[in-house]
Design a protein around this ligand. Structure first.
Ligand code: BES
Ligand code: MN
Ligand code: ZN
Length: 505
C-alpha cells in the first residue's frame, strides 16, 4: 500500500471512499461537517433518528450521488474523546478498511482537529504514537483477510491511501510510509499464523524465511536434525520425536552498515510449533484447530527482522526460530522422560504439552552461543495468560528492568498492549524436580504463565532477557472481542519487535 498526505478541499478529493472518523458525543469537526453539509446533512439526520448510535467502532457507509468528487463516505465512530488513543484509532480504521478493501482501491482518511487533539491527550500512556503512522497502519491492517484458501474471497486490496488534515512535509511522509510497511509486515505474520499446518510445516516455514532473507539482504542459517544432535539440542529434539516432519532451526541476521562499538547483539527468539497436538499429553478436541498458529512467535520475529532490513537499526539483530510439530507419534517423548538441553541442564518432561518452553530452551542457548547479548523470546506459551490479562494483552516477564522497559516503550510506539508480570523468588518452586535439574511444568494450576517464564530463564545464561507470552494476544476469536479488534490472527509483536532495537538506548 502506498500512503500519502495531501491538503485539499474535501469535496474535491477523488477517492473510492472518504473515511471520516469522528468522536462520539461531539459536534462534527470542520472537515467532517463540510462533507455532511455537501451531502445535505445526511449524517446529522441519521443521528436525529437514532439510526446511528455513534458507539465505537460503528461504521455508516453512504453514497454521495455526485455531491462530492468521491462516490462514497464512511462515517466512522472513534467513541469517546477521553478513550481515544492510537490503539483505538488503528483498530477503528482496521475495521473500516476490512469492509472497504473489496471495492475500494483508493481511500482517503479525513482527519479533523478534534480527533488530532483527542489523540494528543494521554490515555493509558499511549500518547506517543504518531497519528499518521497509526492511520496508515490501521488502513493497511484492514487489507488482511482470512480467505487464503477460499475461492469466493476477493483478493482486492486498498492500494493507495490519502490522508487529509495532518499537514504535509517529509516527516509526515516518512511516518505514513513506515506505517504502511509495518502493516504489511504484520499482515505477513497473520498470513503465516492462519495457514493450516498441512500448508505450513517446518520446511515450508524455512522457505518463507528464505524469501524474507532474500528480500532484505539478510543472512539465513538453517540447522537440520544431525547438527541439532551434534549441538546437544535434546529439548528441541524431544519435541520433534513424535512427528514425521523433520525439525528445523533457523537464524536470520541483520548487521548494521557501520560497525557498532557497543557490542550488543539483540536476539529475537520465536516459538515455531507448526502444530501443537499436545503430544502424548494430548490436548482435548475443542479448540485444537487453533494450534496451527502455535508458530505465531516465529512468524513475528521473522517479519520484524524483515522490517529492520529497511529501517536499519544501529545494532546487530538476530531472529531465531525453532520449528517443529508436536505430535503423538510412536517415537514420541513420553511423560516422565528426561532429556538434556544444549546448556547441559537435565529436564524431566512431565507434560509433553508444555513443549514451547522446551524448544525455546535450546533456541535461546543457541542464540547465546552465536553471540547474543540481549534476548527477547516471543511465544504462544500458556492458555493461562488469557485468564491473567485477557485477550488483547501480551504478558512480559524478565530478569532485567531495563530490557523490560525497552520492550514496553517499543510496544507503546507500536500501539500494542504489553503488561509485566512478576518473577519472584517464591515462583522458583515450579522447577523443583526429584529426578532431573528442572521439570517442564509445575503440575499445579497456579501462575501458569509465570511458571513458563521461570523455566525459560534457566537457559539465558544471565543475559538480559524478556519473555513475551502471546498465547492470548496472537489470535482473537469471536465473541470474546467483538467490536474491539477484528477477529482472526493479529500478527501481534511484529511491530513492537521491529521498533525494539531503537529503544535499547
Ligand atoms: N500452545 C499452547 C498454549 C496455547 C493455549 C496457545 C491456548 C494458544 C491458545 C502450549 O504449548 C500449551 O499447551 N501450554 C500448556 C502448558 C501447560 C501444560 C503447563 C497450557 O497452557 O495448557
Ligand atoms: Mn502445548
Ligand atoms: Zn504449544
Amino acid at each position: 500500500m502506498q500512503a500519502q498526505a495531501i491538503e485539499s478541499d474535501v469535496t474535491k478529493i477523488q477517492a473510492d471512499c472518504l473515511i471520516v472518523p469522528y468522536l462520539q458525543g461531539e459536534v462534527l469537526g470542520e472537515r467532517a461537517n463540510l462533507i455532511d453539509r455537501a451531502m445535505g446533512g445526511v449524517w446529522a439526520g441519521m443521528v436525529e433518528t437514532g439510526e446511528v448510535t455513534r458507539n465505537f467502532p460503528e461504521r455508516k457507509l453512504v453514497a454521495t450521488l455526485g455531491r462530492l468528487a468521491s462516490p462514497r463516505v464512511l462515517f466512522l465512530s472513534l467513541g469517546k474523546a477521553d478513550q481515544l488513543d492510537g490503539y483505538r484509532l488503528r483498530n477503528a480504521l482496521q475495521f473500516a478498511a476490512r469492509d472497504l478493501r473489496r471495492f475500494c482501491s483508493r481511500v482517503a482518511v479525513v482527519v479533523d482537529a478534534s480527533v488530532r487533539d483527542a489523540l494528543a491527550a494521554p490515555v493509558t500512556g499511549q500518547a506517543s504514537q504518531s497519528p499518521a503512522r497509526a492511520i496508515a497502519e490501521g488502513v493497511g491492517l484492514g487489507n488482511y483477510h482470512l480467505g487464503e484458501f477460499k475461492k469466493s474471497e476477493s483478493t482486492a486490496q486498498i492500494a493507495e491511501l490519502l490522508v487529509v488534515g495532518l499537514g504535509s512535509g517529509s516527516d509526515l511522509a516518512g511516518a505514513l510510509a513506515a506505517g504502511a510497511r509495518l502493516a504489511d509486515a504484520t499482515n505477513a505474520t497473520r498470513v503465516l499464523q492462519w495457514r493450516p499446518s498441512n500448508h505450513l510445516n517446518p520446511a515450508d516455514f524455512v522457505q518463507e524465511a528464505e524469501r524474507v532473507a532474500k528480500a532484505g539482504g539478510l543472512s539465513l542459517k538453517v540447522i537440520e536434525r544431525p547438527e541439532m544432535e551434534k549441538l546437544g539440542m535434546g529439548a528441541l529434539l524431544a519435541v520433534a520425536r513424535g512427528s514425521h516432519q523433520p525439525p528445523k532451526l533457523i537464524m536470520l541476521r541483520y548487521k548494521p552498515r557501520s560497525s557498532d562499538r557497543s557490542g550488543r547483539v539483540l536476539a529475537l527468539v520465536g516459538k515455531g510449533i507448526t502444530f501443537d497436538t499436545g503430544g502424548i499429553s494430548l490436548k482435548p478436541n475443542p479448540g485444537m484447530v487453533t494450534m496451527k498458529s502455535d508458530m505465531s512467535g516465529a512468524a513475528a520475529v521473522l517479519q520484524a527482522i524483515g522490517v529492520m532490513a529497511k529501517t536499519e537499526p544501529h545494532i546487530e539483530v538476530m531472529a531465531v526460530a525453532p520449528l517443529t510439530e508436536n505430535m503423538p507419534g510412536g517415537g514420541a517423548t513420553k511423560p516422565g522422560d528426561v532429556v538434556t538441553a544444549m546448556n547441559g541442564k537435565t529436564i524431566e518432561i512431565n507434560n509433553t504439552d508444555a513443549e514451547g518452553r522446551l524448544v525455546l530452551a535450546d533456541a535461546l542457548c543457541y542464540a547465546v552461543s552465536q553471540g547474543a547479548t540481549h534476548l527477547v523470546d516471543v511465544a504462544t506459551l500458556t492458555g493461562a495468560v488469557s485468564i491473567a490479562l485477557g485477550h488483547p494483552v501480551t504478558a512480559a516477564m524478565g530478569n532485567s528492568p531495563e530490557l523490560v522497559a525497552a520492550v514496553r516503550a517499543a510496544a507503546v510506539e507500536a500501539g500494542e498492549r504489553v503488561w509485566e508480570l512478576p518473577l519472584l523468588p517464591e515462583h522458583d518452586v515450579a522447577l523443583t524436580c526429584d529426578i532431573a535439574d528442572v521439570r517442564n511444568t509445575a503440575g499445579i494450576p497456579a501462575a501458569g504463565t509465570i511458571n513458563g517464564a521461570v523455566f525459560i530463564r534457566e537457559f539465558v545464561s544471565d543475559h538480559p532477557w524478556v519473555h513475551l507470552d502471546i498465547a492470548a494476544s496472537s489470535y482473537h476469536a469471536e465473541p470474546l472481542l467483538v467490536g474491539v479488534v477484528p477477529k482472526g490472527p493479529t500478527g501481534v509483536m511484529t511491530r513492537t519487535l521491529a521498533h525494539l532495537p531503537f529503544h535499547l538506548g
